[in-house]
Design a protein. Structure first.
Length: 387
């Protein structure tokens, strides 16, 4: 591990902070700061291993950031460092990173990450293509492209939420005939738990929003039979995910506080008060929305959205499509979930403003939801006319 961390620290130092894969394209910005912290925490060891795990101990040199501190200690053998704690997160990535660093460098792990992500994407598309639900390949692909795959696989920080999201989609697709509403509630509960365990508060809501939209879309044929069922599932699945997410995350504060004597609960609530933005008022809600929307490449996305809207209007006028009101419950619930990112930004104003370079990915929920609603409508029209 020492040799691999040495090579990793040098690679990250050369890359530097705020680097982009494609110059001037903000979606491709990498997060070597947090990736450095991830390797720093995974590598740092004191005499108390349990305490290291519970508190997320890492080295710091002269107030430098975690990535540069790791470089000083691992590459330059600087012993003039202090051990810091970051106990309010689970740091579950250590379960994977510590074994991986025994055999691979940071660059190797990035390449492995790319291969795994592409394999999961192609596998999911292939699984969808073999079902009646193959029409949802379009919104899935649109959402995947929106998330910027090139940076998604190149930063360890961005990966946990993507993996959890796509594995939840797999589970919903494979269990579409067998999973009951209660079974789905358990799935969303576990998804919330996994998100709290592995994620660093990057874009966690996508592990709820995208699977929930897919779940509602799969139920499209049954929802018209009971219009309340869609709203009931939306509420219960969201509640299940929230229970798993908040319950798992807060349990870390309690466990770490009891076993280490550190007041992690106070630290967590202090961070929540600061990051929510309601006690410091550093950023307004408008600022938060603007910062996150500005990261998206509007030069590409906006014309595409306008063209799609114009095509839909022309399509509607020319063909005089009769509106099937039975589909309203499905489309309305899907579009309701598409608004989730905007509620998230409302309650995390400061965090989503300071870290807009990765929190913008929550908008992937809106992209997936709007495209899914459109696909549902187009499929209904095609089935009616072809049939």
């Amino acid at each position: 591990m020492k040799e691999n961390v040495w090579a990793s620290a040098i690679a990250m130092h050369k890359e530097g902070l705020g680097s982009h894969i494609w110059q001037d394209i903000e979606e491709t910005m990498l997060d070597t700061y947090t990736d450095g912290l991830i390797i720093n925490v995974s590598y740092t060891e004191t005499k108390d291993g349990v305490r290291d795990i519970l508190l997320g101990t890492h080295v710091e040199v002269d107030g430098k950031n975690p990535m540069e501190s790791l470089y000083e200690v691992a590459a330059l053998s600087n012993d003039n460092c202090t051990v810091k704690n970051y106990g309010r997160y689970w740091h579950g990535y250590q379960v994977l990173m510590r074994p991986l660093l025994c055999f691979f460098t940071y660059s190797d792990i990035r390449q492995i990450n790319m291969i795994l992500q592409l394999a999961l994407v192609f596998g999911f598309v292939a699984a969808l293509a073999g079902t009646r639900e193959k029409v949802f390949i379009v919104p899935f692909f649109g959402m995947y492209v929106f998330l910027s795959p090139v940076s998604l696989c190149s930063s360890l920080q961005y990966s946990p939420c993507f993996y959890i999201m796509i594995l939840a989609l797999y589970a919903l697709l494979k269990g579409r005939e067998k999973l009951t509403d209660t079974g789905r509630n358990y799935l969303f509960l576990l998804t919330g738990v996994w998100t709290a365990y592995f994620d660093f508060l990057t874009y966690p809501l996508i592990t709820l929003g995208v699977p929930l939209i897919f779940c509602l879309a799969l139920d499209g044929s049954r929802l018209p039979e009971n219009q309340r069922r869609g709203w009931k599932n939306l509420f219960l699945h969201t509640l299940s995910w929230g229970t798993g997410y908040v319950g798992m995350w807060s349990s870390k504060w309690v466990i770490a506080s009891i076993l280490t004597g550190e007041n992690i609960i106070y630290d967590a609530f202090d961070a929540i008060a600061c990051r929510s933005g309601y006690f410091t008022e550093k950023h307004t809600y408008y600022d938060t929305l603007k910062l996150n929307l500005d990261v998206c490449n509007t030069k590409v996305i906006l014309p595409a959205v306008i063209c799609a809207a114009v095509c839909i209007v022309i399509f509607r006028i020319v063909n005089h499509i009769a509106i099937n009101r039975k589909l309203f419950p499905v489309v309305k619930t899907v579009l309701a979930v598409s608004l989730y990112p905007f509620f998230w930004y409302l309650f995390t104003k400061d965090h989503s403003s300071c870290h807009s370079y990765f929190t913008w990915r929550e908008l992937g929920i809106s992209v997936f939801g709007i495209m899914t609603a459109g696909v549902i409508r187009i499929r209904e029209f095609a089935e009616k006319n072809v049939g």
